[in-house]
Design a protein around this ligand. Structure first.
Ligand code: NAD
Ligand code: TYD
Length: 349
């Protein structure tokens, strides 16, 4: 397979690219703008491999995208490029509207022109896979889970921009018969996660002996999915998913934020004792505005249709993640020193 991966220098996109190139022997062209969240070092294991290529480009650049499709002639697009951090979307939504909505539109138009230029087997094989989030479904109460039938109810600028992009993708399928697939997944964690998100932020702050900020009272629930399990799910969908369908992907690992932070403290204490328990660093801070209470995914559809299931439990996944950050300061130290030092984001002035 020859796959164009947008956002492949980001957290999930780099996991997908490593799986495709190193695990599946696929040919991959990563298209990435290298924003603050993108880093070519996350693709170090793929550099120089046969069939791996990198193009620094903005998905909003329609002409460039059109030319890229025509030159590269992919069998599939896996579209992961996005602005992805809720707190940054609260501080300023412009980049989210631009990349997540306009960028998806530009890519859909480029894919449509390319798809209509194909014939026969090549046209039948082509897929446009849009990677989205469970946050488009809004906030759950104490029970229940999101499914593919859940109505859209986004509540943050980030989730609203992702919802808009999902609607565009569905419209391009219905109107132009572009062979699309959409996946909506829960919170990912694991190696190469930019340290603005809860889990890597807490690991690195705890290692530095800094305060561990828990928004509100720490009772918000997320369904944690190990990123390499997610990459496996995405590759199954692009290879075998039914055109026009949506698949929800979750980790069977609901945890309250405070439980997550405590698990990290205990995991670090067991590996690199600090003299006093790191739980003492936990600090409850002002809540995020519009903070969604709970997300949970029912992944019965992808499990039944494609036979995918997450391999990691939260306990094994968080242990692997802590071990990875302890062993790979070459990756995160420059990011903490040069791009983002851990200051609070997303409190409107
Ligand atoms: P990320 O922020 O780590 O990476 C995003 C990548 O996109 C970066 O490499 C960045 O340089 C690139 N990018 C941004 N704007 C671009 C533009 N205009 N043109 C080209 N490249 C651009 O994000 P992630 O966590 O890897 O998320 C990937 C996708 O998965 C996103 O679409 C996100 O909405 C979705 N998602 C993420 C999660 C999660 O927990 N991280 C959960 C559900 C869905
Ligand atoms: P985050 O990693 O930003 O993902 P999302 O908002 O997309 O779910 O946050 C995960 C949860 O952790 C969310 O409920 C907000 C909370 N949180 C904190 O309590 N402290 C923090 O410093 C951060 C970044 C997040």
């Amino acid at each position: 397979m020859r796959v164009l991966v947008t956002g492949g220098a980001g957290f999930i996109g780099s996991a997908v690219t490593r799986l495709l190139v190193l695990g599946r022997g696929a040919e991959v062209l990563v298209v990435d703008k290298l924003t603050y969240a993108g880093d070519r070092r996350s693709l170090r294991a793929c550099e120089g491999r046969p069939g791996f290529d990198f193009l620094e480009a903005d998905i909003c650049d329609r002409e460039r995208m059109r030319a890229t499709f025509a030159d590269y002639r992919p069998d599939a697009v896996m579209h992961l490029a996005a602005e992805s951090h809720v707190d940054r979307s609260i501080t300023g939504a412009a980049d989210f509207i631009r990349t997540n909505i306009d960028g998806t539109f530009a890519l859909l138009e480029a894919a449509r022109a390319y798809h209509s230029s194909l014939a026969g087997e090549a046209q039948a094989r082509f897929r446009f896979h849009h990677i989205s989030t469970d946050e488009v479904f809004g906030s759950l109460g104490p029970s229940g889970a999101f499914t593919e039938m859940t109505a859209y109810d986004p509540r943050s600028p980030y989730s609203a921009s992702k919802a808009a992009s999902d609607h565009l993708v569905r419209a391009w399928h219905e109107t132009y018969r572009l062979p699309t697939l959409i996946t909506n997944c829960s919170n990912n964690y694991g190696p190469y996660h930019f340290p603005e998100k809860l889990i890597p932020l807490v690991i690195l702050n705890a290692l530095a002996g800094q305060a561990l900020p828990v928004y509100g009272n720490g009772s918000n629930v997320r369904d944690w999915l190990y990123v390499e399990d997610h990459a496996e799910a995405l590759v199954s969908v692009v290879e075998r998913g039914r055109v026009g369908e949506t698949y929800c992907i979750g980790g069977h690992s609901e945890r309250r934020n405070l439980q997550v932070v405590e698990a990290i403290c205990d995991g670090l204490d067991a590996r690199v004792p600090a003299g006093r328990p790191r739980r003492e660093l936990i600090t409850f801070v002002k809540d995020r505005p519009g903070h969604d209470a709970r997300y949970a995914i029912d992944c019965a559809k992808i499990e039944a249709e494609l036979g995918w299931r997450p391999q990691q439990s939260f306990e094994t996944g968080i242990a692997a993640t802590i071990d990875w950050y302890l062993a790979n300061d070459w990756w995160w130290r420059p990011l903490r020193e040069q791009r983002y030092a851990g200051e609070r984001l997303g409190l409107p002035g």
